[in-house]
Ligand binder design. Structure first.
Ligand code: ADP
Length: 726
């Protein structure tokens, strides 16, 4: 967040705050810092007593069914309102009339959105120039057949960009395919770009995300302390109950609370709170459901005495090189019953403890507001403004959120790369991918952000369902959702514009990804195409590779995954067979008289067997990435006993990578003398190794990562955090 951005946001919010103030509201707010003299307004929740609804799957299901019976379904919807908020800076006011786009009767809303998205660029070509530039360029084509609930926001975005939508598909390939659910929504795409990565849904399921975060917590406990302690059920039930019993025995006054979340659940479905392992539901037998049980954050930051969470939109523009963008504007979702720390009495109060819109919308206290800074769903900037007005250092909060996002993406990228090479193996024609993710973040009372979950398919719906008369529902525009979501989709499209794309940066390249000298340090205005004069500047901010230096040292599992992928051998595979594992050990010279090939086989069998039981949907036999990572950590620990785990892993990675590098140069010399024409990929394959240059860990990346790691060891975490610009 730049200073300018913060300034603009604050100015906007000041006027929004004034807007709220007129409505006359309660000013008490739980923020742990001193209050400034002018306290921003808070909201009044009208009406009835909160319902003490038990948190059960059944009840939610029933409510959903009720709605479905009217031919509608509930999703992440929002409040109503005009969205014609006051203007931000002078420039914005001056240009206000130019920016108003009357699309589907939403002119006012779009005007508001432009304001929230920040400054406008100074380039405003005349209408004639714009028209002639637009004429010269073939419009970008977007296949929207499978867009599902994103359709409305997508259509508005395409129209704003003057691109061409194909609602019924197109015989010729499109530039961009917009899928509503998964990469596989349409199986026949061989070119262009798809807005989903293969494997993202699987990777972000609660259990898989927890596993990936745990691996990172083992390596970097301080860096990954933003993810609550979690256990995977039923497999870790014993560990969970033993650990909790020990904690309670040690200090009888400690009575922690835990939240149980079914794997693959969403919208709060099936979630419940417990205070003792004995309260877990069905932990054994055929009905035992996989779930994550997690430490409950019992001291969240409150506004107007209510718990809330943040929905932040994050774009992964490319996996290799890793490019991450964060939307400067997001949503906040509020509970509808005043918060109290968990007690046996209130554990079942769903409207007090869960911030899901889909649950709270059924509370009598849910507030549909016309304003962005009141009501049960608000913009993130309006909440940040209120915090800033209370004296909170929101630049610091925002830095911490950026760090959380980058670290989380770094945790999931290794496995995503395995999925990617399986679905789009090197040499096979296929599209490139990008994806918008929804990060759910809770602020603790001490202002530390905590990651709750990442949604692979965040709702991009811009209407919400309203009961216009008993039992009759209608979709009405939701200004707050439109404000945020159209900006995110439109600017994602702008970043993915094939006319602006530099293939050498986002595509696999034969020589491997050169880190450092080829990092695309795109300024946000550089992605502007000539016919974008009237569009606001991007609401998406690049955070990676921008902050490579601060975070690159964390990419150790990714380097381990690069080894794994290299030895997978057969294109499209996701698991390593015993022979390939042996080849890995031999090639990297990891066996010796103390660790024979027989021990290698035992290690393989032991770890693979355990993981095949742990991973429910393990269709393929063999060693998956997570099992390989465990084996790799074991080998690192054996070889470098005196070091701490992360240093053990770094040392083993350097050893393996050096072996592979020397092997490759021997190969290079041999093949140069045999045939100058033989391409590098073919040469590598003669060794039975996959040669996806996009996915292997090339020498410069490794060197940069190792150097970053050493540098990081000398820096204090606080310094690093401060280095993340806003
Ligand atoms: P779902 O995908 O079903 O929405 P979440 O993980 O987002 O599941 O959890 C639902 C809600 O429960 C969150 O929006 C948040 O309000 C609350 N919640 C989840 N995890 C925690 C936690 N560890 N501590 C406190 N509250 C939590």
């Amino acid at each position: 967040m730049s200073d300018d951005y913060v300034k603009v946001q604050l100015e906007q919010m000041k006027s929004l705050g004034e807007d709220g103030e007129k409505k006359g509201v309660d000013t008490e707010e739980q923020v742990p810092l001193s209050s400034p003299s002018s306290v921003p307004p808070s909201i009044t929740i009208a009406g009835r007593d909160a319902t003490n609804t038990p948190i059960t799957c059944k009840q939610r299901g029933k409510k959903k069914d009720d709605k479905n019976s009217c031919g509608k379904h509930i999703s992440d919807l929002s409040l109503q309102g005009s969205g014609d908020s006051p203007h931000a800076g002078k420039n914005l006011n001056r240009r206000g009339h130019e920016r108003t786009l009357h699309i589907r009767g939403t002119g006012k809303i779009l005007q508001g959105k432009s304001e929230a998205n920040g400054n406008y660029v100074n380039i405003h070509p005349s209408k004639n120039t714009q028209d002639s530039l637009a004429r010269k360029r073939r419009p970008v084509t977007v296949d929207i057949v499978k867009a599902k609930t994103s359709l409305e926001a997508l259509k508005i975005s395409i129209k704003q960009l003057k691109w061409k939508e194909f609602p019924l598909g197109r015989r010729a390939p499109c530039d961009i395919y917009w899928h509503g659910v998964s990469f596989h929504d349409n199986e026949n795409i061989v070119s262009g770009q798809v807005n989903k990565f293969p494997g993202m849904i699987e990777m972000l399921r609660k259990i898989n995300l927890s596993r990936a975060m745990r691996t990172m917590q083992e390596l970097f406990p301080d860096e990954y302390d933003f993810y609550p302690r979690s256990w995977i059920l039923p497999e870790e039930y014993q560990q969970f109950s033993t650990q909790i019993r020990m904690v309670k025995e040690k200090d009888a006054t400690v009575n922690p609370t835990f939240i149980v979340k079914p794997d693959g659940g969403s919208q709060g479905d099936g979630i419940y709170l417990i205070r003792d392992p004995s309260e877990l539901r069905v932990m054994a037998g055929p009905q035992a459901k996989q779930a994550v049980v997690q430490e409950y954050i019992h001291k969240p930051l409150l506004i107007d005495k209510l718990k809330f969470d943040i929905r932040l939109y994050v774009l992964i523009k490319s996996l290799e090189p890793l490019e991450i963008y964060i939307a400067k504007e997001g949503l906040t979702r509020f509970c509808t019953e005043p918060y109290q720390e968990p007690s046996q009495k209130n554990l079942t109060h769903v409207f007090m403890h869960l911030t899901n819109y889909s649950l709270n919308v059924h509370s009598g206290n849910f507030v549909h507001s016309d304003s962005q800074n009141t009501g049960s769903k608000r913009t993130l900037s309006s909440v940040l403004y209120r915090l800033a007005a209370k004296g909170v250092d929101i630049k610091r909060v925002w830095s911490d959120i950026i760090a959380l996002v980058i670290k989380t993406v770094i945790a999931v990228v290794p496995e995503l790369k395995v999925y990617y090479q399986a679905d789009i193996p090197p040499g096979k024609p296929g599209p490139t991918c990008f994806q918008i993710l929804g990060f759910d973040i809770l602020m603790m009372k001490n202002l530390k952000p905590v990651l709750l979950e990442v949604n692979s398919n965040p709702s991009m719906r811009i209407e919400h369902e309203q009961e216009i008369s008993p039992g009759v529902f209608e979709y009405v525009p939701s200004p707050v959702d439109e404000e945020v979501k159209v900006g995110v989709i439109r600017d994602t499209l702008r970043l993915m514009d094939p006319g602006l794309k530099k293939p050498s940066l986002s595509q696999p390249r034969a020589g491997g990804f050169e880190h450092g000298d080829e990092i695309p340090m795109e300024a946000e205005t550089q992605v502007r195409s000539p016919d974008e004069g009237t569009l606001p500047s991007l609401c998406l901010k690049q955070v990676y590779p921008k902050y490579t230096k601060q975070f690159n040292f964390l990419r150790l599992v990714e380097r381990t995954a690069a080894l794994f992928i290299r030895f997978l051998g057969v294109k499209g595979n996701m698991r390593l067979g015993p022979t390939a594992f042996r080849t890995f050990i031999r090639t990297c010279k990891l066996s010796n008289s103390n660790f024979t090939m027989a021990s290698v086989d035992i290690l393989y069998i032991d770890i693979t067997r355990r993981w095949s039981g742990a991973v429910a949907d393990s269709r393929e036999a063999g060693m998956g990435l997570q099992a390989f990572v465990e084996a790799f950590f074991f080998l690192a620990g054996r070889r470098f006993k005196s070091l701490v785990l992360r240093e053990q892993v770094v040392s083993l990675l350097e050893l393996c990578e050096a072996q592979l590098e020397s092997q490759s140069s021997v190969e290079d010399r041999r093949s140069v003398s045999c045939s100058r024409a033989l391409p590098r990929t073919a040469k590598t394959q003669t060794h039975g190794l996959t040669a996806n240059p996009q996915l292997n860990s090339p020498a410069p990346l490794r060197r940069a990562a190792s150097q970053d790691y050493r540098l990081h060891q000398r820096l204090k975490p606080r310094t690093l955090r401060a280095n993340v610009e806003n």
